[in-house]
Design a protein around this ligand. Sequence first.
Ligand SMILES: [Zn+2]
Length: 187
Amino acid sequence: MTVRSRRAIALAVVLLALIGLGGPARGALSDYYLSAGSGTNVFAVRFAGTMNSTWRGFLQSGISAWNSTYSQTGTLISTTTGSTTKSLQLGALPSGTIGRYQYGGTRADRTFVITVDAQQIINSPQRVSSVAKWAKFTAMHELGHALSLKDNPSTSSASIMKYKPMGWAGVYGSPRAYDKNAVASIY
Ligand SMILES: [Zn+2]
């Protein structure tokens, strides 16, 4: 199976960020839609590989942040120790990259592996906000890809899928209105 990679979050890019941006706005579908996402926003994931309870908690908080949008988006991401082709793991990524969404299969039967580089998050001298916040944000962002959101949508609204709103002060703790509107419009 061919596994392709989406562009991951690069800390170096994040650092160039400006504070920003306006209220919620709806763009055209092409502004945010990623066909590499899952065909449904109700699915189960499992934690793969070696992961201590602290990091499991960080990644779980990213999942929970999306589940908190259920009333608006219908998103329900459960976790299982059973069989599923959707997983989150910790692992080493290329320098400057803290998260990656790799996918395979078809949209109707999507497989994906989200990898978070804990060491780069811990070690980053640019990580001003806490490890927990960055880890949560990274999981939320990569799950955004699983929910059919692409990087850097062409909107001036705040979005967890954009690099620009993330500045020195920290990162978003939950999906923004734009993100929720986008997911709601897809599913
Ligand atoms: Zn991304």
